[in-house]
Design a binder for this molecule. Sequence first.
Ligand SMILES: *Cc1c(COP(=O)(O)O)cnc(C)c1O
Length: 429
Amino acid sequence: MAFDFSSSRFKPFEKKLWLSSPTMHGEEIEYVREAYETNWMSTVGMNITEAERVTCEKVGCRYAVALSAGTAALHLAMKLAGQELYGQPAVNKGSLDGRRVFASDMTFGATVNPICYEGGIPVFIDTEEDTWNMDPVALEKAFEIYPQVKLVVIAHLYGTPGKIDELKAVCDRHNAIIVEDAAESLGASYKGIQTGVFGKYSCISFNGNKIITGSTGGMFLTDNEEAANKVRKWSTQAREASPWYHHEEIGYNYRMSNVTAGVVRGQYPYLEEHIAQKKAIYERYREGLKDLPVSMNPYDAENSAPNFWLSCLIIDPDAMCKQVRSETTALFIPEKGKSCPMEILDAILSINAEGRPIWKPMHIQPIYRMNPFITKTGSGRAMTNAYIEGGAADVGMDIFNRGLCLPSDNKMTADQQDVIIDVIKACYE
Ligand SMILES: *Cc1c(COP(=O)(O)O)cnc(C)c1O
């Protein structure tokens, strides 16, 4: 009868099993030590130069600018695109002042917040079922409704490349610039080409839980030299060439530290190893869960190679127990042979392991609730509107309701993963 939280059948792990935690290898500390011992302890140094070079080599872009975070890279990408499309803004205005920007809906808030930093208005585009990324059909619909839009922010969720050809075709047809959020997908490829080169401007992240990490940090990627130079200048307080601090533009303190870059540099040789481990975890879950009424986060096996950053599952609609979610809590009614994300997450937590709900779609976030939301069948604002369009027209909301992220740490042993799988099975007993 569902998961028995009172039973001692599953012994909690002694050490917490994380969703996705940093995995260090030893080289990182050597590069950090080198920075320390040579006193390159600022935002200049060999580690930064090398981390940028290695990134260009891996991703296949011409320029990489190391920044304090992926979010900073997205912010400066927005600012660049805004100036390019709409010209230099008036003093104290953002470069997207009042303009609409299309954006992925089911993603981390950091994909879309930078639109607002520049004064833009995010218009959320619904998700498709095949890769859990932006739906090209809904995007086309959005251009019908808002033909003046010229900028689109596209994320690759959980390390799975989206429908890049289709999305690019729609954007090309409408002369729109793509900013690509590859924060979660470093090392993933689409038709043999790495994510991070599909946007005019792209970003990657080295946040602590990403596929490789600098403890923090991110990079701005582009093939455009002028753009790279601008981002480098803006990220270091926008100094002009002058003996004193002379400013003609607003600046930011967004440059990556040479210490952080040392960690990034030490991690890069292990990127492929991490991806192989994450892929093995994904496949072990898929095999272990195959008799349950669930499936794994989907990808286009023919055209794409994800980095398998997080393994997720989604419960079949008829195998969902009753669940109700308020803004910040959830209740469910346990039922034999059925389950729901909160039951599975609670069960996993009861053995000292960390899962996570799917990214809560942006269009139902309190800060963005009044923003437009476009599905393949029409437009709405709140989730109720989207549902009125019929069935699961709001695909992102449906995935949020039925899906969850599983413990995906690349240090998880096969034995530990087997316990997680047994716990999930117990939810269906
Ligand atoms: C992590 C992440 C970011 C932000 O990267 P930071 O380095 O944490 O600022 C942006 N978008 C997505 C989809 C992410 O997962």
